[in-house]
Ligand binder design. Structure first.
Ligand SMILES: CC(C)(COP(=O)(O)OP(=O)(O)OC[C@H]1O[C@@H](n2cnc3c(N)ncnc32)[C@H](O)[C@@H]1OP(=O)(O)O)[C@@H](O)C(=O)NCCC(=O)NCCS
Length: 192
């Protein structure tokens, strides 16, 4: 198995990624998509993502098995807020059901982390449905930490689930000052 970055003209990889994601939504796996998109609709979405990738603001990874079939995928996208250009979201992590439990998801996430870091991303975040314990365990195995939770904010019919927020620190450049929540710098204010 090998993981590679998908370029806009890699039609076979793009089709493989689309099939994986659409298949996951059809199985009602938790990717944040209610209705399965058609391959054409997902292709148009990938056009936009890969356009961002060309500008260094996103990346799409595909894992292939020995026969060249796409069996895993993950992507990242930089925050659209200019002041948060060091933040990106990891999303759409899917592994073919027959290939789960063999390290494919882990490899796709690590490839995303490396690519995002190479593009200046310092913090990778994700949200995951609170009931998706397998995915949360996989992200923890990739050095993500739970940093927050929005209670019962996912609606699935009459069911409500938590949104779990997870983050991973990537490389910080020399000289940055990690002020966390200290009331200093632009936008700071003091409480009464
Ligand atoms: C979540 C998903 C991507 C994991 O992919 P995977 O290839 O099976 O995961 P890996 O084999 O790389 O797992 C790496 C580590 O994560 C942990 N892990 C993965 N799945 C787990 C599970 N179901 N239960 C507990 N731990 C798990 C283990 O520590 C594992 O290492 P180990 O096998 O050496 O113990 C896959 O199950 C999937 O596609 N799920 C459906 C889509 C989905 O929910 N995506 C996440 C949306 S936020």
């Amino acid at each position: 198995m090998r993981v590679e970055s998908v370029s806009p003209d890699a039609a076979d990889l793009r089709a493989g990624v689309s099939a994986l994601v659409v298949g996951a939504v059809v199985r009602r796996e938790a990717l944040g998509l209610d209705q399965p998109p058609s391959q054409t609709e997902y292709g148009l979405y990938l056009d936009e993502l890969l356009d961002d990738a060309v500008h260094g603001d996103a990346g799409l990874m595909a894992a292939r098995d020995r026969e060249g079939m796409v069996v895993g995928t993950a992507q990242w996208q930089r925050s659209s807020y200019p002041a948060r250009r060091v933040l990106a979201e990891l999303d759409r992590v899917v592994v073919a059901p027959s290939m789960r439990g063999q390290g494919v998801g882990h490899s796709c996430v690590e490839a995303v982390a490396a690519d995002a870091s190479a593009h200046g991303v310092e913090v990778l975040m994700l949200t995951v449905r609170g009931n998706n314990h397998g995915a949360i365990a996989m992200y923890e195995s990739c050095e993500f930490e739970r940093t927050g939770l929005i209670p019962n904010a996912v609606a699935d019919g009459d069911a409500r689930h938590d949104i779990v927020l997870m983050c991973r620190e990537l490389t910080r450049p020399d000289g940055v000052r990690l002020l966390s929540s200290i009331p200093e710098g632009t936008g700071a204010s003091l409480g009464r």
